[in-house]
Design a protein around this ligand. Structure first.
Ligand SMILES: [Zn+2]
Length: 126
């Protein structure tokens, strides 16, 4: 298959998927919308940021869904990350975990105010 045919096939597979407005499998509340997103792809201890990724995004919890050919391409990009020239520097620090250690000794079970990470950081903030 030529590169051009491969690209056309890839685009057709995405266009022919009908996931728009499907219910979210993660939160069971939201509906999926097709949009291009930024993905933070973790691979073998590295982080690769990939922009303009076609995805279905839940309008309630912000979960991203990818079609199989997109997921395959993401992995391929991550595997070949050494060839990517653009680099950024990212601040890294440690959260003050002493607070949590004290909380753990006071509560025997998990407090009911826990929020899943992807509800705190909505699709907009990602
Ligand atoms: Zn959802």
């Amino acid at each position: 298959m030529t590169q051009n045919k491969k690209e056309n096939n890839f685009e057709r597979q995405i266009e022919e998927s009908h996931m728009e407005n499907e219910r979210c499998d993660f939160c069971h509340e939201g509906r999926l919308k097709a949009q291009n997103v930024r993905e933070y792809y973790r691979y073998q201890g590295d982080l690769v940021i990939i922009d303009n990724v076609p995805a279905y995004v839940c309008n309630t919890c912000g979960e991203h869904y990818h079609l199989a050919p997109v997921a395959k391409k993401l992995r391929n990009i991550a595997e070949n990350r050494s060839k990517i020239e653009k680099r950024i520097s990212i601040p890294i620090t440690t959260f003050d975990n002493l607070i949590f250690e004290r909380v753990k000794t006071r509560y025997s079970s998990l407090p009911s105010c826990l929020l899943p990470f992807n509800r705190i950081f909505t699709a907009k903030e990602r």
